[in-house]
Design a protein around this ligand. Structure first.
Ligand code: G1P
Length: 303
């Protein structure tokens, strides 16, 4: 099943979703471009890939995603204006995203699910292992998970998913993995996978979070995977078949992960990261403390 143990060089970032949970903000702006503090969410994800040595990045985009391409391209007019103003700090910020990685784009003409998006990457990826990073999950740069996943692939071959323990009542939001221990290095073997199980039916409390290291064998499985949950081709369903053959491992992640996939989580992520920022954090934390103390103070319980 495992054909290629070479080092992983390519990252695939699906970014074709409509972002309906953030309408109207996403009517004309891709959800991946929504800022988390002052940087588009997608840039955190590309930075994570690059930090793990994956400098060949393929984005799977769709209609209305031009701003993504523009963000990672030069903007001569802006650069020139900042240069003339002598604003070298902002100029550096503008140029940062351009120089990050070697970014390629392919369009998923017909959005038929995450599995279909990953299949669109096949011609670019070829017969090599590759990583998939989902933009709704931000992994704190201080807790890198991709290197652990690449090491697991080196050791065991096959594909590797990142897992996180989540409360059972949240499991219907995720792919869920049944697992068994797989040796002393904290890895698990994935024995089964279910996409967004019905409440009360999850086989474990291990959720698949949006990081995958995939064997190219996944492409041929995806090509014949029938639409599953939501009528879409699910990556989870293809991985389920590979897991049944013993070819999927899981790295249990216990670091800091931020969700930007729905509005409340997005707001929490923004507040949390703003609090930690060196340039903004101190003032923002002061304001937040005052806000909580005054505006959000719980009424004293009646005696
Ligand atoms: C996708 C996957 C799901 C996974 C989740 C992680 O779902 O289909 O298996 O657990 O990402 O964020 P989505 O959140 O795109 O519906």
């Amino acid at each position: 099943m495992t054909r290629n143990h070479s080092r992983i060089k390519k990252a695939v970032i699906p970014a074709a979703g409509l972002g309906t949970r953030f309408l109207p903000a996403t009517k004309a702006t891709p959800k991946e471009m929504l800022p988390v503090v002052d940087k588009p969410a997608i840039q955190y994800v590309v930075e994570e890939a690059v930090a793990a040595g994956l400098t060949d990045v393929l984005m799977i985009t769709g209609r209305n995603k031009r701003p993504l391409e523009d963000h990672f391209d030069r903007n001569f007019e802006l650069e020139d204006a900042l240069l003339r103003k002598g604003d070298s700090d902002r100029l550096a910020l503008v140029c940062e995203s351009t120089a990050l990685a070697d970014i390629h784009y392919v369009r998923q003409g017909d959005p038929r699910g995450l599995g279909h998006a990953v299949l669109c990457a096949a011609p670019h990826v070829g017969d090599e292992p590759f990583a998939v990073l989902l933009g709704d999950d931000l992994i704190d740069a201080r807790d890198p998970v991709l290197p652990l996943m690449a090491a697991a692939r080196e050791r065991h071959g096959g594909s590797v998913v990142a897992l996180m323990e989540v409360p059972r009542d949240k499991m219907h939001l995720y792919g869920c993995a049944a697992v068994e221990p797989a040796g002393a290095d904290g890895l698990v073997r994935v024995t089964d996978l279910v996409e967004k199980p019905e409440p009360g039916t999850a086989p474990s409390s291990y959720a698949v979070i949006g990081r995958y290291v995939l064997d190219p064998a996944v492409f041929e499985v995806l090509a014949r995977t029938r639409p599953g949950r939501g009528g879409e081709t699910q990556l989870t369903d293809a991985l389920r078949e590979l897991a049944a053959a013993g070819a999927v491992h899981g790295v249990v992640f216990s670091g800091r992960r931020y969700d930007t996939g729905d509005r409340a989580e997005y707001l929490r992520t923004t507040v949390r990261l703003a609090c930690e920022r060196e340039d903004l954090g101190e003032d923002f934390r002061d304001w937040l403390r005052g806000f909580v103390d005054t505006e959000l103070r719980q009424p004293e319980p009646a005696a």
